[in-house]
Design a protein around this ligand. Sequence first.
Ligand SMILES: [Zn+2]
Ligand SMILES: [Zn+2]
Length: 414
Amino acid sequence: MQTSPSSPATGAAERYCLLETIPFVLAHLACLAAVWTGVHATDLMIAVGLYSLRMFGITAGYHRYFSHRSFKTSRTFAFILAFLAQSSAQRGILWWAGNHRQHHRFSDTDKDVHSPIMRGFWHAHLGWFFTEQHKRTNLAAVPDLAKFPELVWLDRHPYLPAVLTGLLVWLLAGWSGLVVGFFWSTVVLWHATFSINSFAHLIGRRRYVTGDQSRNSLCLALLTFGEGWHNNHHHYQSAARQGFRWYEVDVSYYILKALAAANLVWDLHSPPRHVVRSEQRLRRAVVERAAGQLAASFQVEQIAAQLHAMLSEKRASLNASIDELQDDFAEIVESLRHKYDEKIEAARHELHEAMRSVNLGAMPTMADLGARADAMFVRNPSMSDIVERARQILIDDVFEALLRQEAVAVAARP
Ligand SMILES: [Zn+2]
Ligand SMILES: [Zn+2]
């Protein structure tokens, strides 16, 4: 037996182990041997008997006792249940319970070992069974079972009970008994059990909010002695009964009740009334997952596209308003600028005039200009004209320079 320290994660990297499929395929082919052995009434009775006995072993053993501990029994009867379960050739008791607990923990998520929602019908039905990852017994998930050496031993010899059963049938009923009684019932048992992993998450009613896709189906419940009430079971896993209402046929539970009357099993755990009536608050994880499902049921892309169109419309109308505002603003700015220009022009004019008439400190006076002219030029009759004109030019040039500096200062202002 291989062991893994933690939950085997599922994922895209799952590899199929073709070797594992050989006995499975051969068992299917063995059913065809009925063409040569013939089919007798006794063989069919053996098949029905073996199907019923082993289906009870699967549901009461593998599932309700070892996976969910939904009732109590003696160590000896627990071993008998485990042996009976394994006679259906669905691997070891610890392997089955470990994977099943993993299924409930991560139901219909990417960590679920068999979810038809996540990996498709065939993977959930039988594909997962043949992957390298799920061949191992997940001991970390079944510490309560791994402490019993007889169960660990049985788990290490997963097909021994089935081989012994087949051998016994062959000894008692010959080849046709083996083919029809044993192989036919084994193959039907496989697919009936597998259908809970595949169909029970796809077809039927969902009475309870469980955060996954588990469903209730009368057909599956009849075929699997009560396991078809799968939504009930996902809602409350620790119940020994999976048919919660009187009309929900649950053959395994009826047998367990009979065994309880015979004191072979006891403390059959029932779902509390408020759980059956769905009156209790859901666990946070379930609420979270249900909320996710609800949100995912809406067409997010479509809503986003609608919002986008709405926003674009808003944006267009806003842009139009902004354009309008900008136009208004531009008008205001223009009129302000016009007023400003007028003021500046007036100020400029005033200054210009002032510069002409008043002797501003920094400006050279007529006397300064005359002295400079005397130094520069030979005395001549136009000397006063030169000085007069020079003063005008100087006033104009200084005025232009003043305006330039003013503009530089305005631009530099933060
Ligand atoms: Zn399930
Ligand atoms: Zn379960």
